[in-house]
Design a protein around this ligand. Sequence first.
Ligand SMILES: *Cc1c(COP(=O)(O)O)cnc(C)c1O
Length: 372
Amino acid sequence: MSENKQITVTAPLLPSLDDFNELLKDIWQRKWITNNGHYHKALEQALCEYLKVPYISLFTNGTLPLITALQALRVTGEVITTPFSFVATTHSIWWNGIKPVFVDIDESNCGIDPDRIEAAITPQTTAIMPVHCYGKPCDTKRIQEIADKYGLKVIYDAAHAFGVEVNGESVLNAGDMSTLSFHATKVYNTIEGGALVMHDEQMKRRIDYLKNFGFAGETEVVAPGINSKMDEMRAAYGLLSLNIVDDSIKARQAVAVRYREVLKDVKGIRFFDDMPGVKHNYSYFPIFVKAEEYGMTRDELYFKMKEHNVLGRRYFYPLISTFSTYRGLPSAAVENLPVATRIANEVICLPMHHELSEDDLNRVIDIIVNKK
Ligand SMILES: *Cc1c(COP(=O)(O)O)cnc(C)c1O
């Protein structure tokens, strides 16, 4: 086993360079390189079919759809969200001048705990922004019941949930809108990129205006929009990636199966099994280290892996609620977030991508099992 080769937590899914060159030649001939061009339209249509969603709008990254969804739904006041996510989730709320209210998570899926949402609702609350953390679906039914009871919007940060289905239905169809990230590190990428999924044509039109400065025609601006359009090169790249993403997800599934086989016998290491009725995308493989049972803390294991050139990631540590912008909020108090605080100190996401070899996996497993 070559100890020196670095094993990274993820690897970008790259389409064939020859195929990409062909599409680039076509774009050069069309001389239309952005602004809802041929490949932009083609990718929106292909994604609707692949993801089983009625409407989608492409974006230049996965953060701007979060910001834009809040704008489009005219969300104000307070938004209930999870501290256990990538910072962009809470930043999107802050950028809209809205106060984020953190609610603790459920350790069975690392998503917002529906049992704790109602207690956080105030007269200022207008929306809930949950995250399908690691692509594990939130309890969308319960969240919708609460939202309906209090007249709240629900925007899912579904950056991890590309292609995830529950009983044959896309998880992206839950709530008012769902956002996706197509960043290089995700299961499906367009280098940088993202999207908003919505339920009706009217909202699709409104979002398309908002991502293009609010232009609703050559001379009419209907809203204070932003520029968050995806260009033709990345849309073409995305079309090619879509052809290979299923094979990549299959390869990831095999990695998950292998990890589970071995780790089930390691005391003090918890991990997720597949959920019944759920089509997973194997975007991440988080393990949770119980230091007392395992005999080593999470950080000891994390740095041990690093010594061996195996790079896990502590997603999500530190919690968003501990960053300087947010730590002064009453809901950021540790006492309010006991589960998220504990999980943030237990988690390591193991290397998980389509190019991990048998040797790579053996190296990762060897460190965890033998602790040296
Ligand atoms: C990656 C990610 C984002 C941001 O996406 P970008 O494409 O990097 O802007 C937002 N939320 C979550 C949960 C993410 O993992």
